[in-house]
Ligand binder design. Structure first.
Ligand SMILES: Cc1cc2nc3c(=O)[nH]c(=O)nc-3n(C[C@H](O)[C@H](O)[C@H](O)COP(=O)(O)OP(=O)(O)OC[C@H]3O[C@@H](n4cnc5c(N)ncnc54)[C@H](O)[C@@H]3O)c2cc1C
Length: 439
């Protein structure tokens, strides 16, 4: 039976970036299906994620303001950042699982049913049969033997992206020099709620983020030299590896509570995770003459110490969907590939900057390089007002202020901006018609 040739999108992966793409496409009135390899979208696994002002603003623009304000934990007190005054807004953090649930459950029911689970994409064909009605479409096959066709594929399938592998024959271009261990415990009474702490040492850095209920801890370790970093292969760590690293890092402090990792290790709320931290930005984010495009960790991998990775993924979705809105039906020769090229042009430099600054600050914080710079910076942080300026105002100016916003019908807001502070946004939320937007 001939397939309808309506413009449609298959998103591979229902992680936070894939689900954000679902929201943005539904706002743009573009038909989509998500294929997710896991059994369920909602799973109580993963890290705690900081949403920076620019990422949060887009999710608010997608209609999630009320839920995110209710469910997120805003930093009130952070040892490494003072955000009270010099800010666009406070940084807000969520357990990844909670954020996924919020993104999933806030999709209208009819759109939620477009998310198909147990669908591990295993191959992609960009031009199945030039004589058929679907010659203009791209077809993916899943490991259960089912196939799906659409006008384009968005690969939001993370660092070990199958979609990226369909585009590139070479091995992963991403390299890891660090690895991490992460886990959550019930927040001890001695650690203030909504606070954050960092500890530094030779070849190691740790972060402790505290919501009302939970303390979330990440320990970064420079991969030992006998393992021959940088590592490009996907390494899956065993329970024994996790226990060994936890033992090695047992004296890591939990903020100023006097507790160390070994004191609380037995209180873990869910199994701890361990992974290598790949870094890199792909040279080419799309292929197949306008058929396949990547977003999120599939296109760029950034170390999580600055809390930028997902925020960059959200910016990708905005950049891409803004370009897709300009393409009517994708039938004109070359128009989709041009849209993908414009999207990469908008995003690539930004992703490279975030990857480099996160990588550099991890090396600085783990005393790999710039130990003197680190000493001077931490000394300066102790001076009242300096920390707020450096990590509040300067950080927001550098990383958040030029955040993209969704454009087009349905994205306007009568009241204009969501957050306003001393740091001004470069791009404003479009104002509703006749409501006094920028002239
Ligand atoms: C410990 C830790 C802390 C972090 N903290 C922060 C932070 O504070 N702030 C921040 O912005 N970022 C942070 N990050 C980074 C952030 O988690 C990632 O950037 C983000 O999860 C990327 O989202 P994604 O949707 O692109 O990929 P993923 O989250 O990896 O999701 C990919 C999805 O695709 C699915 N999938 C994979 N392969 C296939 C296939 N073949 N077929 C179908 N489905 C498939 C997967 O099951 C998954 O659901 C952190 C990361 C870690 C590890």
């Amino acid at each position: 039976m001939a397939e309808e040739k309506k413009f449609s999108v298959i998103i591979v992966g229902a992680g936070p970036v894939g689900l954000t793409a679902a929201h943005a496409l539904s706002k743009a009135g573009i038909d989509f299906t998500i294929l997710e390899k896991r059994e369920t979208v909602e799973e109580d696994i993963g890290a705690t994620i900081i949403l920076m002002p620019h990422g949060l603003r887009v999710l608010f623009q997608l209609g999630l303001e009320e839920t995110l304000r209710e469910e997120g934990s805003e930093f009130q007190n952070a040892a490494f950042q003072t955000i009270a005054d010099a800010k666009v807004t406070k940084y807000t953090f969520f357990p990844r699982a909670k954020l996924i649930s919020l993104l999933y459950n806030s999709l209208p029911g009819s759109h939620r049913s477009r998310i198909l689970t147990n669908k591990k994409v295993s191959s992609i064909i960009t031009n199945p049969d030039s004589s058929s009605d679907i010659s203009n479409r791209v077809t993916v096959t899943c490991s259960d033997g089912t196939s799906y066709s659409s006008t384009i594929i968005i690969g939001a399938d993370g660092i070990h992206s199958q979609v990226r592998q369909a585009m590139y024959s070479e091995p992963s271009p991403f390299k890891a020099n660090y690895r991490i261990l992460w886990f959550s415990i019930p927040r001890p009474d001695s650690i203030p709620s909504t606070s954050g702490f960092e500890a530094h040492g030779k070849d190691f850095l740790s972060q402790c983020l505290n919501t009302k209920e939970e303390s979330f801890m990440i320990v970064y370790q420079r991969i030992p030299s006998h393992l021959k970093p940088p590592i490009t292969k996907h390494v899956v760590y065993t329970e024994k590896d996790i226990e060994d690293l936890a033992k090695e890092c047992g004296s890591t402090p939990l903020g100023e509570s006097g507790l160390t990792l070994k004191d609380v290790w037995h209180q873990k709320l869910r199994p701890a995770g361990m992974a290598n931290l790949e870094e890199g930005v792909l040279k080419k984010w799309s292929c197949g003459k306008g058929k396949i495009v990547l977003v999120g960790d599939a296109a760029h991998k950034i170390t999580p110490n600055q809390g930028l990775g997902l925020n960059d993924g959200i910016m990708d979705v905005v950049g891409l969907v803004n370009e897709l809105r300009k393409v009517k039906d994708g039938e004109e020769e070359g128009e989709l590939q041009e849209a993908f090229n414009r999207y990469q042009n908008i995003r690539e430099g930004w992703a490279i900057r975030d990857m480099q600054t996160s990588g550099f600050s991890l090396e600085l914080g783990s005393w790999k390089k710039g130990w003197l710079v680190w000493r001077v910076l931490t000394g300066l942080m102790g001076i009242p007002g300096v920390e707020g300026f450096l990590l509040g105002r300067m950080y927001n100016e550098l990383f958040a202020a030029s955040g993209l916003v969704l454009e087009g019908e349905g994205c306007e807001r009568e009241e204009g901006e969501f957050f306003e502070g001393r740091v001004k946004w470069v791009y404003s939320i479009p104002r509703g018609e006749g409501k006094g937007g920028d002239e």
